[in-house]
Unconditional design. Structure first.
Length: 90
């Protein structure tokens, strides 16, 4: 099952490392990643991941990502790819 992880907040060292380490602990594979820093220091990242072999149910994974976001002072959301696509269809 593919999912989209979005990350937004103030830029700092270690954002990508923290998020990818948390995903790796749950056996989630990163398929694609794009990140941008908007002036002056606003970090945004979108990741496409394969959570089909995750060691936890997707709802729990989404909760873990949201909790990590709180710990980092950022907004991190995990959504199933089909839900993400439906929400962003014009």
């Amino acid at each position: 099952m593919r999912a989209v992880i979005t990350v937004a907040g103030k830029d700092r060292v270690g954002i990508i490392a923290n998020v990818t380490q948390a995903l790796a602990k749950q056996n989630v594979n990163v398929l694609d990643i794009t990140q941008t820093i908007l002036p002056p220091d606003f970090f945004t990242m979108v990741m496409l991941v394969d959570a089909g072999q995750s060691t936890v149910p997707f709802g729990e994974l989404a909760d873990q990502m949201a909790e990590l976001g709180q710990q980092m002072g950022m907004d991190i959301r995990a959504q199933r790819e089909d839900t993400f696509q439906a929400m962003h269809r014009i």
